[in-house]
Design a protein around this ligand. Structure first.
Ligand code: ZN
Length: 104
C-alpha cells in the first residue's frame, strides 16, 4: 500500500512537470508511474510547448497609441515611437506628443 502511494506521487511529479510544459498530465502521470526514472529524465529534457501561452501580456503590451503589440520592457513603441515611460502611469491614455525633431 505504501509502495502504491509512492508510485502515485512519483507519477504526479512527472505529470505536473509535463503539464507545466504544456503537455497532457494524464499520459505523463501513467508514464511516470510505470517508468519513473526514465519518465523524470524525459520530462525534464522535453521542451515546453508554446501553444498555450501563459499570457501574452506577461511579456508584451499593447501600445495605446497605435495598438501594436510591443515588448513589455519597451520604453518607446517601435512602431509609432510612443513614450510608455512618459505616459505609462496615467490612467487616461495621454495624447502622445511626439516632439518635433526636425533636422536642422
Ligand atoms: Zn505604437
Amino acid at each position: 500500500m505504501f509502495f502504491l502511494i509512492i508510485v502515485i506521487i512519483l507519477g504526479c511529479i512527472v505529470g505536473i512537470i509535463a503539464n507545466s510544459k504544456g503537455r497532457s498530465f494524464f499520459p505523463w502521470f501513467i508514464y511516470g508511474m510505470a517508468l519513473f526514472i526514465v519518465a523524470i529524465v524525459h520530462v525534464l529534457c522535453i521542451k515546453s510547448i508554446d501553444n498555450t501561452p501563459i499570457g501574452p501580456a506577461s511579456h508584451t503590451k499593447k501600445c495605446p497609441q497605435c495598438a501594436e503589440t510591443v515588448q513589455a520592457d519597451a520604453r518607446i513603441c517601435r512602431f509609432c515611437r510612443y513614450d510608455f515611460e512618459g505616459a505609462g502611469n496615467h490612467t487616461q491614455p495621454a495624447q502622445a506628443t511626439i516632439p518635433p525633431q526636425l533636422p536642422s
